[in-house]
Design a protein around this ligand. Structure first.
Ligand code: NAD
Length: 455
């Protein structure tokens, strides 16, 4: 596919929005709109998400109005969540739900519980969900939610009350055909069960399609719990092969040992990759000859952290983990960990983004110049949303597939996405991220064009 094949004008897209001022990161223009003033205080992930969109719009030779349309969310809701603590005190928390784009189907995206999460982070994550669904040809738009809370400081009962109140507050705004939730950082299948129950009680009937990543006993899909990790590992193998690195000779470091990082480390280990470094929020560990991941999993199940594992040495911190001399680095924790400050010191030949937005735009440029193959989040970690889609399909049909069916369909989707991205990389010479973004943005813009602009 060549550049001119992908170009479209604003008029073609049915987005005659030329009267609007452009909205974007300050580095991309001198014109300031109200939204840009808001952006002046934005966190880096939102700047990065918009910078990636800007680059794709320019590559596709789309009009500025396409950028304007896709740089902002379709709908945003922020809610107060009064919580009665176990000791009787009342604390008021804040939650958000952002629906970035609904042109290809209902919103889809995780719910994050983190002390750092704010509206700009949720906006960035919702934007990335839009591209991920489009790239994998999953018929959803992009959405995301978050509550500013450190779940480790709250009891099980308190977390249940927070989840139920949040669900109740956003319920007019969500639904199996409107916006579907899933787990993310700090949330899990138990959280999804509480959401499903709260939403269903409000509706008067059980609505299985309101969440994905729910327990299998409650209509969850077999294979969902490991789906993101399986997709990350699948893409990691393709990336290693692309760089002519044999799996059984490959070494890797994985940042984050939660739902994504732990499963990815385990699958890579089982496939013969030597996982020499692993970290979580509490610290990092290293073993030159390879960490025994199943034993590490037992340790984490007992203690809650990778720290203190007797089968490895402690590393001073995340910086040392990210700059280990390995073939492959899998950042699978949080955003913006590979930055302008540390990218030059990254020694991995391949970076597979298990997390959303782990590489800032500046770091991305540095890694490109070093010849490092960076597999972007919207491709690498899309396995979760693919099986979420399968779960939603199964729940809507009330007919469940075997784990083999789920996994083989997942592998086929990941291979399909890798092939189409790689085809564009080869024909155009652009990076994997630029190619993935171009394909995704084109797909969303096409949906807008054929739907037309209402009214
Ligand atoms: P999780 O809460 O299960 O695990 C997060 C892990 O990262 C934990 O081990 C935590 O200790 C660690 N961590 C947190 N802050 C850290 C830091 N500053 N440095 C190092 N480690 C840190 O969350 P998850 O579901 O595994 O999500 C991880 C990333 O993957 C997020 O970016 C998320 O948006 C993305 N993601 C998740 C899914 C999914 O299905 N869960 C799908 C796609 C993308």
């Amino acid at each position: 596919m060549v550049m001119s094949d992908m170009g479209r004008s604003t008029h073609d897209l049915g987005m005659d929005l030329r009267h609007k001022q452009p909205i974007g990161p300050q580095e991309h223009g001198t014109r300031q709109s109200g939204a840009e003033n808001v952006l002046a205080t934005a966190r880096r992930p939102l700047d990065d998400a918009r910078a990636q969109l800007r680059e794709a719009v320019e590559y596709l030779q789309y009009d500025e109005s396409v950028y304007d349309m896709l740089a902002v969310a379709r709908r945003e809701l922020s809610v107060s969540i009064p919580l009665r603590r176990d000791d009787g005190r009342v604390e008021v928390l804040t939650g958000h739900r952002v629906q970035h784009n609904l042109s290809r189907g209902p919103g889809k995206g995780g719910l994050r519980y983190s002390p750092d999460v704010g509206i700009d982070e949720v906006r960035a994550l919702a934007i990335w969900m839009t591209w991920k669904c489009a790239l994998l040809d999953v018929p959803f738009g992009g959405a995301k939610g978050g509550i500013t809370i450190d779940p480790r400081s709250y009891s099980h009962a308190e977390l249940e009350r927070v989840t139920r109140r949040y669900t109740s507050e956003v319920s007019p705004f969500i639904g199996p055909d409107i916006d579907i939730m899933a787990p993310d950082i700090g949330t899990d299948e138990r959280t999804m069960a509480w959401m499903l129950d709260t939403y269903s009680v409000g509706r008067g009937n059980t609505v299985l399609g309101i969440v994905t990543g729910k327990p299998v006993t409650l209509g969850g899909s077999l294979g969902r719990a490991m789906a993101t990790s399986r997709g990350v590992a699948y893409i990691a193998m393709l990336a290693l092969a692309q760089r002519s690195i044999r799996v059984e000779r490959a070494s890797a470091a994985v940042q984050g040992f939660g739902k994504v990082g732990r499963g990815a480390a385990r699958i890579l280990h089982d496939a013969g990759v030597t996982v020499v470094g692993v970290s979580d929020a509490d610290g990092a560990i290293f073993r030159q000859s390879g960490i025994d991941i199943p034993k590490l999993e037992e340790h984490v199940d007992m203690t809650g952290s990778v720290v203190g594992f007797s089968g490895a040495e402690p590393l001073p911190g995340q910086h040392e983990l990210l700059t280990l001399d390995v073939d492959m680095l899998v950042p699978a924790a949080v955003e913006a960990v590979l930055t302008e400050e540390n990218a030059a010191q990254v020694r991995a030949k391949v970076v597979v983004e298990g997390a959303n937005g782990p590489t800032t735009s500046a770091a991305d440029r540095i890694l490109q110049e070093k010849g490092c193959l960076v597999v972007p989040d919207i491709l690498a970690n899309a396995g979760g949303v693919v099986v979420s889609y399968f779960e939603w399909v199964q729940a809507n049909q009330a007919y469940w597939w075997t784990v083999d069916e789920v996994e083989s369909r997942l592998d086929a989707r990941m291979q399909f996405a890798w092939n189409r991205v790689w085809e564009l990389v080869e024909s155009s010479g652009i990076s994997l991220r630029s190619a993935a973004m171009a394909l995704a943005v084109r797909s969303v813009a096409e949906a807008h064009r054929v739907r037309g602009l209402y009214p």
